[in-house]
Ligand binder design. Structure first.
Ligand code: HT9
Ligand code: FE2
Length: 319
């Protein structure tokens, strides 16, 4: 193996009430997210004591990893910041590290932006180690097996009377339609990869069961089109079609983020309750043993070919 360390790269999240606004300012800097949306999202975080589950999820994953090398962790938007981590790696004499990013799919937000974060952190640290981002893993047997196990468990948790007719509703973070169009080397990769992952999970759990892919956690100004339908609108539509039960599978996230514990476990769950629809939410990959072993498997693969510079381009911003 050519690496002498593993670097886990993640989004970052607040860990106390006073962190929430500065964290959100970091996330949306220069991105045209309306103030009202920001205040709404702030309230979601404050409703959970100002703590996002994401950082603890990163610590749990790092504890679970079976990797015989030093493991480092750096975030885009909150402590520990990637640049500080890269500085520490340099001080420790790391020369070449693999980077595992906690986002499985191609798009500007889930791939290119992390590459840019890594490049910026390296540029700020003279003599920084070489950092090799591991490949996309949305269709890796480890990720799929973890999500299939969790989907099966969520299905089994539904009342027996509605279990056979329950629909699988896969959800992922919505992104602007323009970002979806330019995702991956030939465009459209975010949606195509999500569809592939959802199909693989369904095939393993119960081939032939009807499933849908829908979106959640829309941000940005209302004037900009984002991927639709939203998961809540979709639950209403399913209800009107007579569907009585759903298994909601957050296939777009690799661990429980605020989007999962608020937008699904509070918002979607409240709506389902109102509609009289049974809803069971599948766990995210988290520290599932097959997801954990996947990381070592990725590190043992030949070094991935880097993405082309034109892949998943940054959105054009008017500000
Ligand atoms: C594709 C994608 C992923 C999946 C890939 C990945 O995992 O990276 C993801 C993950 C996450 N997004 C997160 C949080 C937020 N995302 C926001 C805003 C945005 N997300 C976008 C896309 C994505 N986001 C986009 C296009 C925006 C608009 C602004 C911009 O162009 O960048 C905002 C602003 C407020 C709002 O929601 O409006 C927040 C607070 C957290 C942390 C949650 C926690 O604390 O547990 C995580 C893991
Ligand atoms: Fe986001």
């Amino acid at each position: 193996m050519p690496y002498d360390a593993l670097l886990v790269v993640s989004f970052g999240g607040p860990e106390k009430p006073a962190d929430v606004m500065p964290f959100l300012e970091n996330v949306v800097r220069g991105r045209g997210v309306p103030r009202e949306r920001l205040l709404e999202v702030e309230a979601h975080y404050q409703g959970f004591g100002g703590v996002s589950p994401i950082n603890q999820q990163c610590r749990d994953l790092i504890d679970a990893l079976d990797v015989d090398l030093p493991i480092y962790w750096g975030n885009r938007n909150w402590h520990p910041f990637l640049e500080d981590t890269v500085r520490q790696m340099k001080a420790d004499g790391v020369r070449k590290t693999a980077a595992f990013v906690t986002a499985a799919y191609s798009s500007y937000s889930s791939c290119r932006q992390y590459l840019d974060d890594i490049a910026r952190a390296r540029a700020a640290v003279p003599g920084a180690p070489e950092i090799v981002k591991l490949r996309h893993y949305y269709d890796h047997p480890g990720f799929i097996a973890a999500m299939a196990d969790h989907t099966r468990a969520a299905l089994d948790a539904l009342p027996p009377a509605v279990r056979d007719t329950a629909r699988f509703v896969f959800t992922a973070h919505s992104i602007p339609v323009s970002m979806a169009r330019s995702a991956g080397p030939a465009g459209g990769a975010y949606e195509a990869q999500l569809r592939k992952a959802a199909a693989l999970v369904t095939e393993q759990v119960d081939a032939g069961r009807p499933w849908d892919l829908v979106w959640q956690s829309r941000s940005g100004p209302p004037s900009v089109p984002w991927l639709e339908p939203d998961v809540c609108d979709h639950l209403e539509a399913l209800h009107e079609d007579g569907v009585r039960a759903v298994v909601v599978v957050p296939i777009g996230f690799v661990s429980d983020h605020m989007e999962v514990v608020y937008d699904l476990d509070v918002e979607a769950a409240t709506l389902a309750e109102k509609l009289g629809m049974a809803l069971s939410r599948a766990a995210t990959a988290g520290t599932h043993p097959r997801f954990v072993s996947m990381v070592s498997e990725l590190m043992a693969e030949p070094e991935p070919v880097p993405c082309a510079a034109t892949c998943c381009p940054a959105p054009i911003r008017r500000s």
